[in-house]
Design a protein around this ligand. Structure first.
Ligand SMILES: [Zn+2]
Length: 388
């Protein structure tokens, strides 16, 4: 068998030359500078080298001025090279190295192909784990900033006696949520529609329409349980993170959080970030339900509120369309805020599924609590007085 190799020798022009090496029996022979060399394989030493370990060197201690090398790994498979007892060991070592490298590169390739698949499969848990590394104070700051913006945009009533009343009412749910580092603050907004929304870090705004239209206080507790869950599950932050580029998320995952933190900081205070995905809504229903159970408040109130929304928007569908068109005509900012803040309404297409889920849990877990002894009429009148 013949192999093309390069011979290194100081007597050669440029120090190197391509030679044709013949391997026959246990002899390798080649011609260099018109001299014929025949080296017994037993005298040779095989080495791998070069920048990427891609070269095979053949040295002969009796002719140390000549070194042969090649990239052609086929030489290691030559039957005489392989069979020779002296070479067998080092050749195996060398081929072992190449095999290991082959395994390494195939694994790397597989890893790179699998990575995006794994990443998307575990995307939500990855986002959750990154969110857990962001301090709660960040969310509180972003929430305070958003609240200042919304206060001017909406008729949010700041009244200390009303806040105290809400605090006392909702303390059982706040206790059930068990997040002592969050200071929940409840506000009333004069908006007549059935809705409520939560800001990151604990501001929860309840529309007047919600309080006016309910028939049982447990409905309001259902709304508040759901909104508290948005805060405890850090949906706002997780939403912001999931809107960032995969690259940034991946960097954050690998521990290089600088870019990620910067990007979160930039978008955390924006109104768009109040939009929650369906899976977040579902999670808030689930966890809000748990809080109600924990606080011994009838979770059927949550179902009743969803049914109320369903009825309200089935009746008012035309009104809703008109309202949306009006919104489109107004400024971009208003359009964004109105669209996004309707957190309950924006998800009403899957409301049947949500009702079904909650009813199933009530049935499966045999949840049964007495209605609260609560004078709803008086409360509604009290709330009405707070509207200027
Ligand atoms: Zn929600």
């Amino acid at each position: 068998m013949n192999y093309n190799m390069i011979a290194l020798n100081d007597d050669l022009e440029g120090g190197r030359k391509v030679v044709e090496v013949e391997i026959q029996s246990d002899i390798i022979s080649f011609t260099l500078n018109e001299k014929e060399f025949s080296w017994p394989i037993s005298d040779l030493e095989f080495q791998i080298g070069g920048a990427s370990k891609g070269l095979i060197y053949i040295k002969n201690s009796n002719f140390s001025s000549i070194i042969l090398y090649t990239r052609d790994k086929k030489i290691l498979k030559n039957e005489f090279v392989v069979q020779h007892p002296n070479i067998l060991k080092s050749s195996k070592k060398i081929s072992g190295f190449y095999n290991q490298r082959k395994v390494f590169y195939s694994s790397l390739l597989l890893f790179l192909i699998a990575l995006p698949i794994v990443f998307y499969a575990f995307r939500s848990s990855i986002i959750k784990s990154i969110a857990n590394r962001v301090p709660v104070e960040w969310e509180i700051k972003a929430g305070n900033k958003l609240f200042e913006t919304l206060k001017n945009q909406y008729d949010i009533i700041e009244d200390s006696s009303l806040s105290a009343r809400f605090d006392t009412m909702f303390i059982p749910l706040v206790n059930a949520a068990g997040t002592p580092d969050i200071d929940y603050q409840f506000y009333l907004c004069s908006d007549p529609s059935l809705n409520a929304f939560a800001l990151p870090g604990g501001h929860i705004v309840i529309n007047l329409g919600t309080i006016n239209k309910i028939e049982r206080i447990e409905e309001l507790y259902g709304v508040i349980g759901h909104e508290i869950a948005h805060v405890t599950q850090r949906h706002h932050l997780r939403g912001v993170i999931s809107n960032l580029s995969t690259f940034l998320i991946f960097q954050g995952l690998l521990g290089d959080e600088a870019g990620l933190i910067g990007a979160i900081g930039e978008s955390a205070g924006r109104l768009e970030s109040l939009f929650y995905s369906r899976s977040f809504e579902r999670e808030s229903d689930e966890i809000g339900f748990n809080y109600m159970k924990e606080a011994h408040i009838d979770p059927k109130g949550m179902v009743e509120f969803f049914e109320r929304i369903k009825r309200e928007y089935e009746i008012d569908e035309n009104l809703l369309v008109q309202e949306d068109e009006m919104v489109k005509d107004s400024t971009q900012f208003e359009s964004t805020s109105l669209d996004k803040i309707k957190s309950f309404v924006s998800t009403h297409p899957n409301i049947d599924e949500r009702i079904e889920y909650l009813n199933k849990r009530i049935c499966d877990e045999m949840v049964s609590f007495e209605s609260k002894d609560f004078e709803l009429d008086k409360f509604q009148k009290y709330i009405q007085q707070k509207i200027k």
